[in-house]
Design a protein around this ligand. Structure first.
Ligand code: LLP
Length: 432
């Protein structure tokens, strides 16, 4: 057997064997030859390991991890997390449908989101979800009416905006700051809670926050939790006898390179200190932490060229397949699957007709040649789920590696899928 070197951030997952980057012992070259490129490849073992890590640091606190489906909503991954004992956090009727399709029951589901429609509220109540995280007084009023019509009591947690400053890599991934669209402003929550307590079809059973994403410090959680616990007691003193769920959202960071992961032991210590034992059931909504480093986007080099004194590596994956570099200026580690040792400095770009279509700019990188494979690391979260058909590019395949085997968990789209819902000639309807 040859050397086996762990790559940064990876335990199970992606590592080198005899020089080749493999996924838990399965050759990426083999997967690419079989299903083509670009393709997302996920490690089931890595997801399991992350789930167990987070569960074990929180072992002393009664809690449940409700996986945030938006991070990666593939059915096979949802099914795996369900078998590990996770619940889910969903933000749309579509995610609720996926969760059900993966075997989750209503009682496993927390429904979050700033703009739930009436239809979605009806669906959630009909399904009997554990919790609806309500983000405004308007939403609460509508939910009370809808629940009344259905003859049920809606299980509600109020999503509070704890108004904490959060340092995430990009402003778009901050949610818990003052003046943002998310949650009920901190100083209005008590009043909204008192109104909720007076509503016939609302059962106020929790409070909730989500302060942002890719958070590598635990101070925002500490401040947010202090504010939530203050409200917990104030709402309790206002007559809420049924409060039991404290949902502290997601946001735990992973390492995209060395050194940006959250210290989950420190995080757990904060939780243990701030959450009174016995009184509360803690809910967490981790997304990225569970799946971010469990996936790569595997792409093949199409061409090399030079322009304006720069080297370009043109690959077959573009911004429509992975939008994070272009949308958030996000860093994803790029490396050759079979490096030769030669290095270069280059922009790695896709085929999409946009100057913003890149996977990495001015990178010191393996000198990959046309036909060779590259891995775009840490693409397990907010990768495939944010992909689109821009430039009429069919969405790519997804493959799961588990116990030395691999299997397709999403088929690559065909050209025919691109036009499946379209009409060359509309079915005209009279406007009279
Ligand atoms: N709960 C709620 C209510 C959320 O809005 C989110 C993420 C999560 C949980 C999960 O957060 P996580 O543990 O994954 O950080 N597209 C961006 C990230 C957007 C996150 C949106 N909300 C990115 O690619 O970085």
């Amino acid at each position: 057997m040859g050397e086996s070197v762990l790559t940064a951030g990876a335990e199970p997952g992606f590592r080198r064997e005899n020089g080749e980057l493999v996924c838990d012992g399965v050759s990426l070259g083999l997967i690419a030859a079989d299903v083509g490129t670009p393709v997302y490849v996920y490690s089931a073992a890595s997801i399991k390991s992350q789930f167990e890590k987070l569960s074990s640091v929180l072992a002393e606190v009664p809690h449940r991890l409700h996986y945030s489906v938006k991070a990666n909503s593939n059915l096979a991954i949802l099914g795996q997390l369900r078998r590990h004992g996770a619940g889910v956090d969903v933000v749309s009727g579509g995610e609720m449908y996926r969760a059900q399709s993966a075997g989750f029951k209503g009682s496993d589901i927390v429904f979050s989101g700033v703009g739930k429609t009436e239809r979605e509220l009806i669906e959630a109540l009909a399904l009997g979800v554990l919790l609806i995280n309500v983000e405004s007084e308007d939403e609460l009023t509508l939910l009370d009416q809808v629940a009344g019509r259905l003859g049920v009591a809606a299980p509600v947690a109020l999503r509070v905006n704890p108004e904490v400053m959060v340092d995430t890599p990009h402003p778009y991934t901050r949610t818990g700051g003052k003046g943002m669209k998310f949650g009920i402003p901190f100083d209005e929550t008590l009043i909204v809670a008192q109104r909720a307590l007076g509503m016939k079809h609302i059962r106020l059973i929790g409070i909730d926050m989500h302060v942002g994403s890719q958070i590598s410090q635990f101070e925002p959680y500490e401040i947010g939790l202090a504010r939530l616990m203050q409200l917990w007691h104030e709402i309790g003193a206002s007559g809420a006898s049924d409060l039991r769920y404290l949902d502290i959202g997601g946001g735990l960071a992973v390492s995209y390179d060395a050194g940006h992961a959250v210290d989950i032991d420190g995080f757990a210590a904060v939780v243990r200190r701030m959450v009174p034992p016995g009184e509360v059931k803690l809910i967490l909504e981790p997304g990225r932490f569970l799946v971010g480093n469990a996936g790569i986007l595997l792409t093949r080099v199409l061409y090399r060229k030079r322009s304006g004194g720069k080297n370009f590596i043109i690959v077959d994956a573009g911004m429509n397949d992975l939008i994070r570099p272009s949308h958030y200026n996000a860093y994803h580690r790029l490396e050759a699957v079979n490096p030769t040792g030669a290095r270069t400095t280059a922009d790695v770009v896709g085929p999409v007709c946009e100057s913003g279509d890149f996977l990495g700019l001015h990178r010191d990188i393996d000198d990959v040649q046309p036909g060779e494979l590259m891995a775009v690391h840490s693409a397990g979260a907010y990768g495939f789920v944010m992909s689109s058909n821009y430039n009429s590019r069919p969405r790519v395949a997804e493959v799961l590696v588990d116990k030395g085997r691999y299997g397709m968990v999403t088929e690559r789209e065909q050209y025919s899928d691109l036009v499946r819902k379209e009409r060359l000639e509309p079915e005209w309807r009279s406007a009279e």
